[in-house]
Every structure is written in C-alpha cells, then in structure tokens.
Write a protein that binds this ligand. Sequence first.
Ligand SMILES: C[S@@+](CC[C@H](N)C(=O)[O-])C[C@H]1O[C@@H](n2cnc3c(N)ncnc32)[C@H](O)[C@@H]1O
Length: 327
Amino acid sequence: MRLRDVFVDFLKKKGINCISTSSFKVLDEDPIQFMARKFASGEFRITEGRGRYCFDLDGNFADSCSYIAGRFADGISCNEISDILNKFPFIVIDCSLKDMHSSKELSSLKKQIQKTLSVVRRYMWDDRLVVAGFDAGISCRRYARTEDFLSEENFKRIILLDPGGEDFFQGERADCYIIGGIVDRSGNKRGTTELIYRKLVRNGFQVERMKILLRGDVVGVPDRINHIAEIILKCVIDGVDVEKAVYEVQNRKIARWRLRKEIARNSKRIEISGRKFRVIERSFFNNVRKWLRITEDDFYRCAVDMGVMVLDDTLISPKALKIDGSL
Ligand SMILES: C[S@@+](CC[C@H](N)C(=O)[O-])C[C@H]1O[C@@H](n2cnc3c(N)ncnc32)[C@H](O)[C@@H]1O
C-alpha cells in the first residue's frame, strides 16, 4: 500500500472524509499525497479547522472541510500510525564511487537522484530516500557513507541491487534497498556495483546482492537509478510482479536492445534457390510486445537493420519448410 492509501485509511478511521490545507504547494501534485507526505514526515499535524484549499479523500476540490493539515504544535500526529510508517522501506543511493565519474556523469547522477526523489514521493515520503556520499541538492536524508546510515538502524534485511549478483530479485521485502550511485556513460564501470558490496561486507554489514532480470536477462531492464528505484517500489509496495514492473518503467530504446537479442535468438536460416536468408515469423511481434515496450514499426526496423526478413507464419511453418530449411 502506498503512503497515500495508508493516509486515506487513517483519516477514514478517524471519521475524516474531507481535509484542507492553506499551503499553496498542495496545488502542484496529488493533494492527498502531498498532505500524506507532510504528515508522515512530522511537518504537518491535523486539527479541526478550515484551510484555503479543501479536498475530498479522492483528491477532488470540496466546498468546505472541518479538518486542516498544517504546521501546528498540537493535533493528530504521525505518531498514531508509526507502526505502519516504520514498515516502509528505505532506498539508499550509495555514491562512494563518485570519483570514478566525469563531470558530465556527475551531473547525470544528480539528475537521476532528483528523479528518484520524485519516484519516492509517489510511494512514500522524502525521509525514506537516503543519499550517501554526494550532494544532490534535494530534501532527503544525507550521509557521508552508507555505513553511517546503516549503523544508526537495526535492519534485519538489506538488499543491494546489483546486475552482477547471483540471486534474482523477485519482489523480496527488505528494510533497505541499496542502489549504486553509478552512471555508465563513459569508461568501463561494468561490475563496479560489486565494489560497493565488498566495501559494505568489509565494514561488517550483511547484505544480499540481487539482480533484476527480464525473462532471464539483464538486457531490457532499465539501469537508471530512478528506474531501478521505481521497479523496486512497484514490486514491494504495489505488489506488481517484476516483469510487469520492468515493462511499465521500460522505454522504447531499452526495449529495442532486447528486441534485437530476441530476433537474433528466434530467427531461422532458410535457403531459397541456393540463397541463404534469415527470417522471422510476423506473429513474433505479438509475442514480444506483451513484455517489451515496442511498436510494430520498431519490430520491422530492427529486423531490417539486422538483415532479417519478416515472413508470414504459414511460409515458415514446418510444413512449408523442407527438412533442410529450404522452402
Ligand atoms: C547504471 S547501473 C551501474 C551498473 C554497473 N556498471 C555494474 O555493472 O555494476 C546503476 C545502479 O543501478 C542498479 N542496477 C542497474 N541495473 C540493475 C539490474 N539489472 N539489477 C540490479 N540492479 C541494477 C545497481 O544498483 C547499479 O549500481
């Protein structure tokens, strides 16, 4: 359940069906999520009264309200739901390898972290995002080292997302998910997430390394930090399976990389009048479009680029093909 839904449930239990605030920032995003975030972080309390902007619990404007959320010394506070709030996980971005990055990569790292905060805000609140070893100029928790944060908490389960890990992430619940603050634009940083793993283990933390796969392969899984955070939160908070979460986050460029691999794996060699061709069934598109975010145009373009002909299924069926693959 996202923070917004937890907040709505809580208000309903209190008999509150309409909530207001005087903060104009409420107009910038989903108003209930905005108030939920401020409430969960302890900034807002709820008390009787009427603010400038009133909303029903679906986030629609309402005419009047008997409750207001704002910066009050008294009133209903998040302590009343601390048990539920404590179950939300932390997302940690470990930037201990920032010295390996060029200035362009560092600015991309900053942007990805800022986008990660937007993702975190859709599911939880700012305090659940921790950035270690880098100033991204955002309102989240900041630490010099991931270890400094981990030693303040008493986590039972910590998962480091690592494309080189041996175990697959299947939506496992953990107290804390660590993502490498690594941007792969230049140089070869392949396998560098493992350096973060070794550093954490060396410093006495028990961490599981898990990779996110799409049908058995990392190709097709978006690797930007904000995308990895979104995949995790979709799985553990919305309860979506990994394949669906990856699909929802994937962009067409990344989908096309995987499509090429799938075309190479699934195309067949045939021989017509002594000339050899690689071909793939037209229906193949309908199979892959269910899990790759591609258009029919992407399919034909990739096939053409790879020198693979798209043929009607009946022409490639075992009946149509002779035993040696000729027509
Ligand atoms: C751009 S990736 C850097 C990956 C790095 N070059 C490597 O090979 O270890 C940034 C971070 O996103 C996470 N990540 C990216 N793809 C992932 C995948 N398929 N599975 C698990 N984590 C992934 C990791 O935490 C990684 O450190």
